[in-house]
Design a protein around this ligand. Structure first.
Ligand SMILES: *[C@@H]1O[C@H](CO)[C@@H](O)[C@H](O)[C@H]1NC(C)=O
Ligand SMILES: *[C@@H]1O[C@H](CO)[C@@H](O)[C@H](O)[C@H]1NC(C)=O
Ligand SMILES: *[C@@H]1O[C@H](CO)[C@@H](O)[C@H](O)[C@H]1NC(C)=O
Ligand SMILES: *[C@@H]1O[C@H](CO)[C@@H](O)[C@H](O)[C@H]1NC(C)=O
Ligand SMILES: *[C@@H]1O[C@H](CO)[C@@H](O)[C@H](O)[C@H]1NC(C)=O
Length: 236
C-alpha cells in the first residue's frame, strides 16, 4: 500500500517536477525559473541515461545508475549501480558504488567516487585509493612513491605539507632532502657535503671505507677495532 502511494506520488511529482541537471526542479515556462523540491532527490539512472526523482527517506541514498535509493540499515548495498541485499552483515559501502566486507577487506578512497576495495594484508596502509603492502612503497601526501627512487620531506609550500623529490634513498634535513651517499645533515640542520676524508694520526683516509684504530687503519665491515688496546681483528 505504502509502495503504491509512493509510486503514485512519484508519478504526480513527475508531471510537475522533473530532474534537471541532476537536481529536482519545477520548470516554469521552459525558462530559467525553477525551484527546488525539498522532499525529493534525483538519482542517476543508466537505464534512461538521465535522472529519476526519488523521495528522500531517512537513511536512504542514491545508488548511482539504478535510479533508486537504498538503505544500508535495511540490509541493502549498492553494487556497481545495482541494489541488492547484503550477502553478509559485515558488508558496508566503500564510496558510492562498491560494497565490501569490513572484516576481510579494506576500503581506500580519495573521495566518494574514487574508491577501491582490497583484501586486507597485515601492515597494509591506504594512500588515497591505493593500498600499500610493500615496505619500499610509501605515501607522500596521498601519492605513492618508491623510497628507492624518491624522497618525501615536509614542506611549507604545498597543501599536503609534504613534497616528493627525485632523490633515491634520501633523507630529510628539516624540510630539505639530501643524498645520503654524498651529503649529511649537520647539527645546525644544514645540508653539507659529506666529510669523507678524516685523519688517523697524520694519515688521511676515506671514512666511508676505513676506520681509525688508535693509530692504524682498519677496513670497515671486514675488520673490527678494539679501541682500548688498539688491536684490529677480522670481523667473524
Ligand atoms: C515536504 O514534506 C513536508 C512534510 O511532509 C510537507 O509539509 C511539505 O509541504 C513538503 N514539501 C513539498 C515541496 O512538497
Ligand atoms: C575524486 O578524486 C579523483 C582523483 O583525484 C578526481 O579525479 C575526482 O575529480 C574527484 N572527485 C570528486 C567528486 O572530488
Ligand atoms: C625505481 O627505480 C628502479 C630502478 O632503480 C626501477 O626499476 C623502478 O621501476 C622505479 N620505480 C618507480 C616507481 O619509478
Ligand atoms: C622525477 O622523475 C619523474 C620520472 O622519473 C619525472 O617524470 C619527473 O619530472 C621528475 N621530477 C623532477 C622534479 O625532476
Ligand atoms: C614533519 O612534520 C611532522 C609534523 O610537523 C613532524 O612530526 C615530523 O617529524 C617532520 N618530519 C621531518 C622528517 O622533519
Amino acid at each position: 500500500m505504502c509502495k503504491l502511494i509512493a509510486i503514485a506520488v512519484i508519478l504526480i511529482v513527475g508531471l510537475s517536477w522533473t530532474c534537471y541537471g541532476g537536481r529536482i526542479r519545477k520548470i516554469c515556462n521552459g525558462h530559467g525559473r525553477s525551484r527546488m523540491h525539498r522532499n525529493y532527490t534525483c538519482c542517476q539512472n543508466s537505464g534512461t541515461g538521465g535522472w529519476t526523482p526519488q523521495p528522500i527517506l531517512p537513511d536512504h541514498r542514491c545508488c548511482p545508475g539504478s535510479g533508486r535509493t537504498f538503505s544500508e540499515s535495511e540490509n541493502q548495498v549498492c553494487d556497481n549501480g545495482r541494489i541488492r541485499e547484503k550477502t553478509n552483515p559485515d558488508e558496508t559501502m566503500c564510496g558510492v558504488l562498491l560494497p565490501y566486507n569490513v572484516n576481510s577487506q579494506v576500503c581506500c578512497k580519495t573521495n566518494i567516487t574514487t574508491a577501491r576495495v582490497y583484501d586486507k594484508v597485515p601492515n597494509g596502509q591506504c594512500c588515497n585509493h591505493d593500498y600499500l603492502t610493500d615496505d619500499s612503497i610509501r605515501c607522500c601526501g596521498g601519492q605513492t612513491y618508491d623510497i628507492l627512487n624518491q624522497t618525501c620531506c615536509n614542506s611549507s609550500e604545498t597543501d599536503t605539507g609534504v613534497r616528493l623529490y627525485n632523490i633515491s634513498n634520501g633523507k630529510c634535513c628539516n624540510d630539505r632532502p639530501y643524498d645520503q651517499t654524498r651529503q649529511e645533515c649537520n647539527s645546525d640542520l644544514e645540508v653539507v657535503s659529506r666529510r669523507t676524508i678524516k685523519y688517523c694520526q697524520d694519515q688521511p683516509y676515506n671514512s666511508l671505507l676505513n676506520g681509525c684504530c688508535v693509530i692504524d687503519l682498519y677496513v670497515k665491515g671486514a675488520q673490527l677495532c678494539h679501541h682500548e688496546t688498539g688491536t684490529i681483528i677480522t670481523n667473524p
